[in-house]
Design a protein. Sequence first.
Length: 119
Amino acid sequence: MSIQENCFDRIVAAYPAQLEHRSLWMQSWADLENSVLSRTVDWFLKHWARCPTVAEFKAETVNERNRITVAAQRDRMNACPNCESGHVVIDWDKAIVHPCQSCRPEQFDRWQRGEYRPS
Ligand SMILES: [Zn+2]
């Protein structure tokens, strides 16, 4: 069974009698990464009482991809040997830090240009 079929079956099981257009769902999932698809199904099963439409599901895959990106960034920062959770400390006492060049290159570039605002 493919990931797509497995995901479809999980949705059918969670929302009985609400799904018909199997081929439509399969089509809309054709260009999705398996990890995003599978995690988005998990997300709906946890948060939604009713079955999402194909369009609602597709929209949530964008959010899921963002959540995966954020989680991957956090893992990179935690694993980075060159900083403290994404920050390089210049002066502990004055709490002066800048974004780490190794694990947060985009933020580091912005910091170098003077455009970085800590969040
Ligand atoms: Zn780092």
